[in-house]
Design a protein around this ligand. Structure first.
Ligand SMILES: Cc1cc2nc3c(=O)[nH]c(=O)nc-3n(C[C@H](O)[C@H](O)[C@H](O)COP(=O)(O)OP(=O)(O)OC[C@H]3O[C@@H](n4cnc5c(N)ncnc54)[C@H](O)[C@@H]3O)c2cc1C
Length: 297
């Protein structure tokens, strides 16, 4: 049986950022992700994440942790956002950078392994058992499917689908947000060759992926009538995680386990900051009460 101080279950952006932050406390960290190393099946999927409206130090943290994943916002858009208050993060590259930095700090990461956890902190991975002093679930939308003792009460999850397509004439110099509050639509240029990531803010229940793609494409064409023929198209599936109060929540479940989730839509940009607070909570040798954190940064 392997012994570790903290096992982190799920290595999306939160598990990867937490493994990195927790490794700095000098504890032995094991991260376990059920997907392969080059897949991101959850909320951290898809090419780009907007990270804007951040405090300067939070932005600086992302710049330091994942410089190659960061891009300045291309231009001023219709919503009044400017390239000075944030940027775009290549999501897979940002997660890769966090994982690499966690490993540099001594964390051990396993991929392609589904973890099952007992309330006492025993982690079963295939036929291997890990005895963990603490287990931190960073399982995103799957937190809602954990056994009752490990769940976050009031956590809601929704299916998310976003579109990525190429057009000869998509303007690559600006990102765009438009629509009413209920029908917000976003289009982000992915490269200089007319590839765009686009979609509505939330995925309506009852529509299949093809119907969602048609709706989003129609919205894109309404705003950019001269796009021309679509060259390539993929729908990227993900999941929205909506904790109570639309905040981030770190909640102790048992003396040996806790779960961390953040609000989708804005969760990516706060991940390094939240992870630093999580590490500080563990570093203080926390009692049950102290490990419960809930907030909005
Ligand atoms: C369409 C969309 C657009 C978004 N846009 C933005 C944006 O522009 N800006 C922003 O800041 N945020 C945005 N967000 C929110 C942000 O992406 C999420 O808050 C963030 O990715 C959540 O990451 P996570 O690590 O909590 O979850 P996930 O990325 O879902 O990671 C959970 C991981 O746990 C693994 N797992 C689950 N169960 C097990 C198990 N038993 N054993 C091992 N592994 C397990 C899963 O395989 C998965 O990889 C968006 C989200 C979506 C869906």
């Amino acid at each position: 049986m392997t012994k570790v101080d903290i096992a982190v279950i799920g290595l999306g952006v939160y598990g990867s950022a937490s493994a990195h932050a927790l490794a700095a406390t000098g504890r032995t960290i094991l991260g376990i992700e059920r997907a392969g190393e080059h897949e991101l099946p959850g909320a951290s999927a898809g090419p780009l994440r907007m990270v804007r409206g951040l405090p300067a130090d939070a932005l600086e943290q992302w710049h330091t942790l994942a410089p190659a994943a960061f891009r300045a916002l291309p231009a001023v858009d219709g919503s009044g956002a400017s390239s000075h208050d944030g940027g775009l993060l290549d999501a897979p590259a940002a997660v890769r950078a966090l994982r690499a930095r966690a490993v540099e700090r001594g964390a051990r990461l396993m991929f392609g392994e589904t973890a099952q956890v007992t309330p006492g902190g025993r982690v079963l991975v295939g036929d291997h058992t890990v005895d963990a002093g603490q287990v931190l679930f960073c399982t995103g939308a799957w937190t809602a499917t954990l056994p009752g003792w490990a769940r976050i009460p009031g956590l809601r999850t929704e299916r998310a689908v976003m579109q990525v397509a190429s057009f000869p004439a998509f303007p690559s110099h600006a990102f765009h947000l438009f629509g009413s509050d209920d029908e917000r639509f976003c289009a982000l240029p992915v490269d200089d060759h007319g590839t765009v990531q686009f979609g509505h803010w939330s995925t309506p229940a009852g529509l299949d992926d093809a119907a969602i793609a048609r709706r989003d494409l129609a919205a894109l064409r309404r705003h950019f009538p001269a796009l021309g023929a679509m060259r390539r198209h993929t729908s990227v599936r993900g999941a929205y995680t909506l904790p109570p109060g639309d905040r981030f929540v770190l909640r102790r479940s048992t003396a040996h386990t806790a779960a961390l989730v953040a609000c989708s839509g804005v969760g990516f940009k706060f991940a390094p900051q939240v992870a630093a607070r999580v590490a500080a909570a563990y570093d203080g040798n926390p009692s049950d009460d102290q490990l419960f954190l809930e907030g909005w940064l």
